[in-house]
Design a protein around this ligand. Structure first.
Ligand code: HAM
Length: 421
């Protein structure tokens, strides 16, 4: 047990952390170009926030939350997603007093008690954005274009963007009724969960992953055929803007998403080669969430992208950058007497910005050169007794194998000049 992490968690090992830094840097730069600012909220929140925000009939709330009581007997939950927490923070810190829309992004771990498999974990990481305070379709289009821009900057190809609308409180009851009537004759063919969903929230049936249920919904009524005028106009406006921006999309009339806060626009970006976990990005509009959390009615829209899945897709397309740390100068002091001079120069070169490494195990010169090669060192600075008495260091160019004696006093400058040349 002590040598195995909890099921559904992963260690990002040194060989992989460069991939994460790269993907996160592209996310940050994309947000900068679209004028989104970072927000960092806590890893845990009051359980009530997610019950109210995400919805009591969702899989996340019913089956997947990590909920615990702290020593003060408060019910807390590790965040399964971050939209509700961003809204909580928006209200708590009165971010609504800033010019609207307030455009925010986050990168961090989320927690869901899911069945782990490739691309699905219990602790996973999302890059997400939330744009709060604008209701027209232009902000929906911006949010979708940002997701696309991030994925394209990474070089990913063969992604499918699917969009839908899930209506609003004005038109959804009528749709819900139509769906219920359609499902009424099929109840015996639905899974146990969906029979309960039929009673409590029939839209959730459209989102069920069980094959027996997906078979039953192929001819189900579509939300788009039951929209009020505002929702229909909003959806048409979004499509016009996506086309204007040159974004290719597919209409997905059964896409409802697994969280209850969505209104109007819902979308996903999928990378089909990831199989069952092909959803790389999911998002949508949540015009009722801020009021539900105690604020004045304020519209919002956002998405979250699963970074583990992005890295899996990059790996499949051979797009991950080389992650090795190449050393500029490897110091090879030979004997205890040479160590202080080597250490002094090493410290100064590091302060000047070079990547420096040294031998810590007292290896022989041959062993040190071998280790330097493993570190992909460009130069090895050898300091032996002879060099030290002559006030010199022996500088070996690892690419050519050439060796030169360099004045120790001027060593710093000449090494800097050599490496930077
Ligand atoms: P979501 O669809 O639940 O939406 O999650 C978004 C993305 O997170 C998924 O498309 C997937 O890439 C990744 N993801 C979800 N669960 C897991 C898991 N167990 N393991 C690995 N990756 C996972 C949300 O979370 C909403 N908060 C998105 C949003 C923001 N809507 C509006 N604003």
């Amino acid at each position: 047990m002590l040598t195995t992490g909890p099921r559904g968690t992963r260690d990002v090992l040194p060989g992989e952390s460069g991939f994460w830094q790269y993907v996160e840097a592209v996310a940050r730069d994309t947000c900068r170009r679209f004028a989104y600012r970072e927000i960092r909220t806590p890893i845990f929140e009051h359980t009530e926030l997610f019950l109210r925000g995400i919805g009591e009939t969702t899989d996340i709330v019913e089956k997947e939350m990590y909920t615990f009581c702290d020593r003060g007997n408060r019910s807390l939950t590790l965040r399964p997603e971050n939209t509700a927490a961003v809204v909580r923070s928006f209200l708590e810190h009165k971010l609504y007093s800033e010019p609207m829309p307030v455009k925010l992004y986050y990168i961090g771990p989320m927690f869901r008690y899911d069945r782990p498999q490739a691309g699905r974990y219990r602790q996973f990481h999302q890059f997400g954005i939330e744009a709060i305070g604008a209701k027209g379709p232009a902000i929906d289009a911006e949010v979708i274009v940002l997701a696309e821009e991030f994925l394209h900057t990474l070089g990913l190809r063969d992604l499918d963007l699917k969009i839908n609308t899930v209506g609003c409180p004005a038109c959804r009851p009528q749709y819900r009724q139509a769906l219920r009537e359609y499902l009424a004759g099929k109840l015996e063919h639905l899974c146990q969960d969906c029979r309960t969903r039929y009673e409590r929230n029939p839209l959730r049936v459209l989102d069920c992953k069980e094959e027996q249920c997906s078979r039953q919904i192929t001819d189900a009524p579509k939300v788009v055929d039951h929209l009020c005028r505002d929702c229909a106009e909003h959806f048409a406006g979004l499509q016009e803007l996506l086309t204007a921006a040159g974004v290719k999309y597919e209409l997905a009339p059964r896409l409802v998403r697994g969280l209850d806060y969505y209104t109007n626009t819902a979308f996903e970006i999928q990378y089909p080669p990831l199989g069952a976990q092909s959803a790389v990005c999911g998002g949508g509009r949540y015009d009722g969430l801020i009021e539900e959390c105690g604020g004045v009615p304020t519209p919002g829209i956002g998405f979250a992208i699963g970074l583990e899945r992005v890295i899996l897709a990059l790996e499949k397309q051979n797009l991950l950058p080389a992650s090795d740390l190449a050393v500029d100068v490897f110091f090879a002091p030979l004997g205890a007497a040479a160590l202080p001079a080597a250490f002094r120069l090493l410290t100064r070169l590091r302060a000047a910005g070079l990547v420096c490494e040294m031998d810590f195990l007292g290896r022989s010169l041959k062993g040190q050169l071998k280790h330097a090669a493993r570190c992909q060192a460009k130069y090895v600075a050898i300091l032996g007794e002879n060099e030290l008495t002559a006030g010199k260091i022996l500088l070996r160019d690892m690419r050519t194998g050439e060796q030169r004696l360099v004045d120790l006093l001027e060593g710093e400058n000449s090494l800097l000049a050599e490496v930077r040349a």
